[in-house]
Ligand binder design. Structure first.
Ligand code: PMP
Length: 384
């Protein structure tokens, strides 16, 4: 099989599996004082340092969660403190191309949330951002580093400067960017940053919210035993977090080489697709993009039908976003970019990873010719 759905989830890295197996075998509660507990604590704190290193942060700034969805929910609260003082947020601004877990707005009421428009390439409209922030006294802004559907990379540093000049704080969902492009929290200017283990080759169900050291969320989602500095009560999932840490370290050390290799394969794929189907549209192609992601549509081709045809040929692709439990829904990302619904419904997401090989790309290109020509022939009225 050729797997091209790395933005949905990546295969577990061997180093992550090894770290998990060891933590499962050794056991121990990280809060216990005895040797077994201290060993579990050691594994947990090692993972925290590994995750922190991926984003150039202090280990103390890492709050482990069940994933990026929970990290986003924890970050998006009016009850923020900064520099040791209460700094409640009066409005939340989210870009129109955020993941649903950010669009949901955390603990902000719907009437406190504004959506930031994007241009035809999916980039946040910076003039609109500046104008809209004037409406709030202490805004919280959430913009993702790179989009999960298109791979388009936002100018986070520029956005951070605009937000900070408006007395605002910036949360960055870095799930798809981390491990693929530079993701240093201070260089980005992010005050809060979300990560997900399973996009980096760690297990599913683990993630982190990384905070600037002086930022504090006064209303944690889960209260109880005080784990994770009181931000998230409950016995830590040491095996999953050990796997997350190992994956984060591997992603950090392999990033530069992997990115160059993936970009070359992605370019070869896009060249092959546009040569075979010149009418194909590659979304966001005029903006900076991740090295691993292509979102492509061919007028007249339905994504669901194409996905099944590719699947039968041993190729795993995705239609737009796979984050909605198998539901086929029009992409809010493409809608925000002004893409016609008919074209958007044909969008196929091809995402690569560190194990993608040239033979996978050739397999997809060979299948592309037959699948696309067969399906377009079956829908002549639409294709015409
Ligand atoms: N944000 C983005 C941009 C994502 O792509 C995803 C995963 N689809 C998430 C958040 C949610 O991450 P998790 O699966 O860890 O909850």
């Amino acid at each position: 099989r050729a797997y091209f759905d790395w933005n949905a989830t990546a295969p577990l890295r061997a180093v992550a599996r090894d770290a998990m197996v060891e933590a499962l075998a050794e056991g121990g509660n990280a809060s216990s004082v005895h040797a077994e507990g201290r060993a579990a604590r050691g594994r947990l704190e090692k993972a925290r340092a590994q995750v922190a290193a991926l984003v150039g942060a202090d280990a103390k700034s890492v709050i482990f969660t069940s994933g990026a969805t929970e990290a986003n929910a924890l970050a998006l609260t009016p009850a923020l403190e900064a520099g040791g003082r209460k700094a409640p947020r009066d409005r939340l601004f989210v870009s129109a191309v955020e993941h649903p877990s950010v669009l949901a707005g955390g603990r902000f009421a719907p009437e406190q949330i504004d959506t930031l428009p994007v241009d035809a390439n999916g980039l946040v409209d910076l003039d609109a951002l500046t104008a809209m922030l004037a409406k709030a006294e202490r805004p919280l802004v959430s913009v993702l580093l790179a989009n999960n559907e298109t791979g388009v990379i936002q100018p986070i540093r520029v956005i951070a400067d605009i937000v900070h000049a408006a007395n605002g704080l910036l949360h960055v969902d870095a799930v798809q960017g981390a491990g693929r492009i530079p993701c240093d929290m201070a260089a980005l200017g992010a005050d809060l940053l979300s990560l997900s283990s399973h996009k980096l080759g760690g297990p599913q169900g683990a993630g982190a919210l990384v905070r600037r050291s002086d930022i504090h969320m006064a209303d944690p989602l889960i209260r109880g035993g005080g784990q994770e500095r009181g931000y998230r009560a409950g016995t830590e999932n040491v095996p999953a977090l050990a796997g997350f840490g190992a994956a984060a370290e591997a992603a950090r050390t392999a990033r530069e080489g992997d990115s160059v290799r993936m970009a070359a394969l992605r370019d070869r794929l896009e060249d092959g697709i546009t040569a075979a189907t010149p009418e194909a549209v590659i979304f966001g192609a005029a903006a900076p993009r991740l090295p691993n992601t292509s979102l492509v549509a061919v007028p007249g081709l339905k994504a669901e039908t194409a996905l099944i045809a590719f699947d039968l040929k041993g190729i795993a692709l995705s239609s737009g976003s796979a984050c909605s439990s198998g539901k086929v829904q029009a992409s809010h990302v493409l809608a925000a970019m002004g893409v016609e619904p008919a074209l958007a419904s044909g969008a196929l997401r091809i995402s690569l990873g560190w194990e993608t090989a040239e033979t996978d790309v050739e397999k997809l290109l060979t299948a592309w010719n037959t699948v696309v020509s067969t399906l377009l022939k079956r829908q002549p009225n639409i294709a015409a």
